[in-house]
Structure formats: C-alpha cells, structure tokens
Design a protein around this ligand. Structure first.
Ligand code: NDP
Ligand code: MG
Length: 387
C-alpha cells in the first residue's frame, strides 16, 4: 500500500495516543510530524518509536533547556510555540490530524488548509468557533476535512454513496455522560472527579467535562452543521447510553442509515486517515447478541441547559458560537480548578452570550481579539455580577 504521510497535532493527548496506536497497526501510515504542548516525555516516546523527523513543543513557556534535555539527542527538527505549530501543520504531508484541545488549534488548522493539506479533524472547537472561515479556506484551497469525532465519522460513513441533498435530518447520538437521569438538585456538589468519570469513553479532561454538561453534544451539533451543511432544526440529538450506534442519517425517503461499533476512537481515527480505504484495524468486533439492548431517549434540556444554548448560538450565527465556545473553555477550566461549581458552567456561558458581542463578518483577527477579550474578562465580569 502506498505510503501516507501524517502530521499529528496533539500527539500526547487521548486522541493523539490512540492515533499512534492506529499508525502502529498500519505500516503504510508514516508520521512525519508531531506536537505536544508540554508533555516532553510523551513526545520523546513518540519520536523514538516512530522516528518522527519534525516535532513542535507548542507551549512557549516551556524552557528551551528542558526541551533540549528531552529531545536534543534525537535526530528531529524541533519547532517552538504557536508559530512552530503553524509551520508543522503546513509542512509537506498527505494529511494533518488535529487533536489539540480548544480554539488553540485554529491557526494551525488554517495554516494546514492554506498549504492545501487535507485535515482529519478531532479538534471540534475550531469548527465551532470559526466554522465559516475554516470551511471557506478548505474550499478555496481544494482541501478536504474528514471527521474524527465518532458521531461525525458515523454520519460521514452513512453518507457514502448518498447525496447530501437527500438528507432529511441528522441524528447525533449522545451517551448522556456520567449524570444521565440526574435532576438539577443532584448536581449541586458535583466534583471534577465525578464529572471526569465517563461511563463509556476515556477522554481528555475538557471533552469529558463537556460530555457531563452535554455541551459536547452542543458543540457537535455546530460541528455537524459545518461539516454537512445541515440547518440546526434538522439536527436531532438522541441519548443512547450504550454508545453503540454512533450516529445516523435520515434520508428524504425516511430510510435511516446508522453506523454501529464498539466505543473505540481508533475506528473513526483510522477511517479518517485511510479514507476512502476501509482496512482491518485494532478495534474489536461488536457482538450484537451479547449487547442485547439498544435504547434511545430525549435529552433533558432543563437539567443540561448547555445543549439548548448551543442550538441558540448556532441559530444566531456570526461570532455567537465563538462566544459560546470560549466561554465554555473558560468555565470548564475554572470548574476543573474547583473555582466554579458544576451548575454554574451553563450560567457563565449564558452570561457570556449576553455580555460579549461582535458584529460583522467573521475574520481571523476578529476571532482572536474576541477570544482574548473573553478569556481576560469573563470570570471577573461574571463573579462581579453575581456577588
Ligand atoms: P487531551 O487533553 O487528552 O489532549 C490534548 C492535546 O493537545 C495534548 O497533546 C496536549 O499537549 C495538546 N495541547 C493542550 N493545550 C494545547 C494548546 N494550548 N496548544 C496546542 N496544543 C495543546 O484532549 P483529547 O485528546 O481528549 O481531545 C483533543 C480534541 O479531540 C478535542 O478537541 C476534543 O474535543 C476532541 N475529541 C476527543 C475525543 C476523545 O475521545 N478524547 C473524542 C472526540 C473528539 P500536552 O499533552 O503536552 O499538554
Ligand atoms: Mg463525539
């Protein structure tokens, strides 16, 4: 099989490490670049195993001498900081897998697209905050964006051989997270440890908390809108606690095609990297008889208000999804530091949606400026208002 060169942004995270496993299982995939933010030991392990010629340490506060200590003896070119991440993203390759967390992935994704690279996108926040910009750049440069997120991969797979014009609606499934079935009063004293204990998936901290608030599903509704050009009123969310049906497409004849499999991110990762080939891989076969039951229920929007907030932001458009996304990043970080109670996460996001605005067409400068303003001002403004 022809060699396929892969750049992996965020090689040390949950998706990054699972991508390394996929690369290990598919010898035609060749890692030509990898980044970490601060995890130098993790990056060193990846370089040693995969002989990666280009690496980037994206956190500019990591001292250069520490980087030299960890990586200096290896035969790889080392890039640094945000600019280094952009350079790595645009380096020659067949596909760039974006597995960094948050809007921090935006500029590197745009740099990769500008260089005409195809993207395997895990970093959903980039599409949520800057969907119009990212999709326009992909179109202008003839690059494709293939989903890694399991729901969007399921939809992408269900759409093979079908026309996007024939979509009646998308059905995004959600596990419901660790607090499915709870009432608001039960969630008053939730700790980060409880929020991070996802019943089906082992993921990074940010996406785990987003799953607990259902903001992850809200971000995925916006991601689906951009990837598949479907209006918000035609994107439904069904809670499906077994996480076996990864999502589905209903067509105009009311036929529904779904993708099923075990809850294993290596499957959507390898599909995105190998597309249009479908190859054997490390994911286990699904035993439907042993599984027995598949159930579906409506999400409880009164207990999990992040989901309707995301729909509202998508309907309003412009810079509003960016405000939603950045406010969520700020709120989740504060929650993880135990400086914000779980139930105040949606309150802080709703406050941000009323407080921060920007008119006009989406531009990179506008996005970076508003993002920076929200990160600087949101917590103070929110706590002052509340006290
Ligand atoms: P992790 O927190 O596990 O990993 C994040 C990765 O990004 C690490 O390599 C980290 O480096 C790096 N990173 C952290 N901060 C920055 C920054 N400011 N700039 C550049 N790089 C940074 O996250 P996940 O792997 O769980 O998630 C990655 C993305 O994939 C997210 O957008 C998430 O929503 C999405 N996703 C994740 C799924 C999952 O199963 N985990 C499922 C579907 C989507 P270091 O380790 O050095 O800190
Ligand atoms: Mg998902």
């Amino acid at each position: 099989m022809k060699e396929k060169q892969v750049v992996l942004l965020g090689a040390t995270g949950s998706i990054g490490r699972q991508t390394l496993e996929v690369v290990r299982a598919h010898p035609h995939l060749k890692l030509v670049g990898a980044s970490a933010h601060r995890d130098l030991a993790g990056l060193r392990r990846a370089v040693l195993e995969h002989s990666i010629p280009w690496v980037c340490v994206s956190d500019p506060t990591v001292p250069r001498e520490n980087i030299q200590d960890f990586l200096g003896d290896l035969p790889c070119k080392i890039l640094y900081g945000k600019e280094g991440l952009k350079e790595l993203a645009a380096a020659p390759s067949d596909i760039v897998l974006t597995a960094v967390v948050g809007l921090s992935g935006l500029e590197a994704t745009l740099a990769a697209l500008e260089a005409g690279r195809d993207i395997a996108l895990a970093n959903k926040e980039t599409l949520v905050g800057a969907g119009a910009l990212v999709m326009a750049k992909a179109k202008a440069r003839g690059a494709s964006i293939r989903p890694v997120d399991s729901e969007h991969s399921a939809i992408f797979q269900a759409l093979q051989g079908s026309r996007v014009e024939d979509i009646e609606r998308l059905i995004l499934t959600a596990s419901g997270g660790p607090f499915r079935g709870k009432k608001t009063k039960d969630l008053q004293n939730v700790t980060p440890k409880e929020a991070l204990a996802h019943p089906q998936w082992t993921m990074g901290a940010k996406v785990s908390v987003d799953s607990a608030t259902l903001m992850n599903k809200g971000l995925e509704v916006i991601e689906a809108h951009w990837l598949f050009c479907v209006a918000p009123e035609r994107i439904a969310v069904h809670v499906h606690p077994q996480s076996i049906v990864h999502s589905a497409v209903e067509f105009c004849d009311h036929s529904i095609l779904a993708q099923l499999g075990t809850a294993d991110m290596r499957l959507p990762i390898q599909y995105a990297l190998n597309y249009p080939e479908r190859l054997p891989g490390p994911a286990k076969s699904l035993d439907l008889i042993a599984q027995g039951t598949l159930s579906f229920e409506a999400p409880d929007e009164s207990v999990f208000p992040c989901l309707p907030l995301a729909y509202e932001a998508l309907r309003l458009g412009g810079y509003t999804p960016l405000v939603l996304n950045t406010a969520d990043e700020v709120a989740v970080e504060l929650f993880l530091k135990e400086q914000l109670p779980f139930l105040k996460i949606p309150q802080m996001i709703e406050f941000a949606l009323g407080h921060f605005h920007r008119e006009g067409a989406l531009t990179l400068e506008g996005i970076l400026d508003l993002d920076e303003t929200i990160r600087r001002e949101l917590a103070r403004a929110f706590f002052e208002k509340k006290s």
